[in-house]
Design a binder for this molecule. Sequence first.
Ligand code: SF4
Length: 326
Amino acid sequence: MGTVQEVRIAKRTGFCYGVREAIDKAKEASAAGKQTHTLGQVVHNEGVVRDLQDLGIKTVDTLDDVDHGAAVVIRAHGVRPDVMARADARGLEVIDGTCTWVIQEQKELRKLVEDGYTIVLMGTPTHPEVVGLLGFAPDAIVVDEEEEWDAAIPQRKRMALISQSTQPPWKFEKLAALMVSRAHELKVVNTVCPVTIRRQQDTLETAGEVDLMVVVGGRSSANTKELTRLCEIAGTPAIQIESVRDLEDPAVFAKAEIVGVTGGTSTPIEDLRDVAERILILAGTPEASAKAAEFAGAALQRAATPAGRTTSLPTTTRPIVESGAA
Ligand code: SF4
């Protein structure tokens, strides 16, 4: 018999606006009858990728895999400027799904380069957003984990600090504090995305109310990993899963009475409901297990109260059939 009486879903979860926009743009292009591709997976979420594939939207790793004249959607992380230029040169229709926040980061970086600053970019060097940003500031020093900072940050007259959008605010502040002593003039451009900040706050709030947190999102998703880490820092045990299928072992929930669920910015909120239901079936008390669907639906409703919910389920857009078309 399980012990879980209740599952709580963190507020303001679901897709962030950047991810949702990129998905919607791909769907709109496909619905308009265009041969549509996304350059890289638009989100690291199997269900969403399958949904897009069902609409005929292909994921490609390089522009060489896109036929002349076809549409290519740039995902929310953005790309280097030379990738955009190459897409144009190849005669592709570029549908720019770069998040407006990332576009702002790119503009800020360009300006810092023009102004002659030595730039420190806090982020994961291999993350697509950072790879794209480096196209705007190829000489920027990229730093990630705290242990690297001391050796990586030089002493310069004029330095600037900027961040990958999904880095945690506390880390950004800490790095800024260290850099104060390394530069005569330090310019701090805070590009930590507000959605990320809100999500971390709401996840921490939920973590403070429960015995165990389940964090749902892609294994390579930077913001998902950060949510898991934050729960642990706050003293609440947390497990990270990619999807409901990863939940098989009821022992994970041993003794937990209230479990919290949160998700990264590329996890649809409906996946969180499915995870809540699965937890209740797997490890719920007899009553909670018997009413798993009802309890999970109620948890979603509570999380999705006005202003609590940021996104909607990516419904399948059917192709538009022009009248008279064959
Ligand atoms: S996390 Fe923020 S910056 Fe990144 S895509 Fe979402 S809204 Fe844009």
